[in-house]
Design a protein around this ligand. Structure first.
Ligand SMILES: Cc1cc2nc3c(=O)[nH]c(=O)nc-3n(C[C@H](O)[C@H](O)[C@H](O)COP(=O)(O)OP(=O)(O)OC[C@H]3O[C@@H](n4cnc5c(N)ncnc54)[C@H](O)[C@@H]3O)c2cc1C
Length: 268
């Protein structure tokens, strides 16, 4: 079946890291009044390459649904077609367009919201920004139900901590939002966390279990409970390149975490 293609007009483009060549984009769908989606989903962007061949790539929505607009966060991939096509969209005059279909995907928060560890590297932060906008709207009721939400964000350098000020401001506003950026190649002057996301995720799980008096590894669920009725009080949402996603899943599985507690999206 042909999917409906929408024309998305570029309304804003900011380079948010020169070093990583990462861009924040804001698009408007002028033909729609509303573009409904669930935070964490993606759009498929479609364009013809230099040989006239149609190319399609997925890009996570980097915002929660708001009217007929959506945000993306994309970094240039060396020799890649689509990421460079987007990064080269002319920002002045505003008005360049792209074609998209969607929303698609199942990388969404469990309902009801549980304690959640959001784990991202690089542009994998895009759906996490969508989640946090939905959980903690600036102009509406809080949807976090007081659950603890950790965002563990890994990158190499301080210059590549995308949306840092936004997340820091949110952490100041919401005591149950814990923002943990960690650098794998930090300069000496960096006073924050160092190392890989997996290690910080493991520490959060261990400290939480100790604080709540829960056993680790976590006992397996009662086998008589059907899978769709299983309920957990904490979940992890992991997004980024496969290597990080795989090793974070492995660490959580070693704590006895059930597959249903670990939701992930791989970009490669
Ligand atoms: C569900 C989903 C959501 C995604 N969301 C985003 C997003 O929000 N932001 C974003 O920047 N990308 C995202 N991606 C990746 C995106 O779809 C493209 O793969 C990426 O932009 C590269 O496309 P390209 O045409 O430039 O490179 P291609 O010509 O397709 O690939 C060039 C090479 O780079 C490798 N590669 C692919 N992606 C990456 C990457 N991110 N970093 C390093 N190497 C890579 C490929 O394996 C390939 O070998 C997402 C992917 C999926 C599956």
């Amino acid at each position: 079946m042909e999917r409906e293609l929408y024309t998305a007009r570029l309304a804003r483009k900011d380079c948010i890291s020169e070093q990583a060549q990462c861009y924040h984009f804001e698009f408007v769908l002028d033909q729609l009044e509303r573009f409904p989606f669930t935070a964490g989903q993606f759009v498929s962007a479609v364009a013809n390459d230099a040989n006239g061949k149609q190319q399609t790539r997925a890009y996570s929505l980097a915002s929660a649904a708001h009217g007929n607009r959506f945000d993306l966060c994309v970094n240039r991939v060396e020799e890649g077609f689509f990421s460079n096509h987007l990064a080269d969209l002319p920002d002045l005059p505003i008005g360049a367009t792209i074609q998209v279909h969607g929303p698609h995907g199942h990388f969404i928060l469990q309902d009801p919201v549980t304690d959640s560890i959001l784990v991202a590297t690089g542009t994998g932060v895009a759906p996490m920004r969508g989640y946090t906008q939905w959980l903690f709207p600036a102009d509406g009721p809080d949807r976090s139900n007081g659950k603890d939400i950790w965002l563990v964000y890994g990158t190499r350098y301080e210059s590549d901590i995308y949306y840092q000020e936004e997340f820091e401001a949110l952490a100041r506003r919401k005591p149950n939002f814990h923002y943990l950026p960690t650098l794998s190649r930090a300069q000496e002057s960096w006073t924050g966390l160092r190392g890989y996301v997996q290690d910080h995720v493991a520490r959060i799980v261990e400290e939480r279990a100790a604080r709540l008096g829960l056993p680790l590894p976590q006992p397996a669920p009662d086998p008589s409970i059907p899978r769709n009725e299983l309920r957990f009080d904490i979940c992890a949402y992991i997004c980024g390149l496969n290597e990080m996603v795989a090793s974070t899943r492995e660490r959580l599985s070693a704590f006895g975490w059930h597959r249903k507690q670990i939701v992930f999206e791989r970009y490669d």
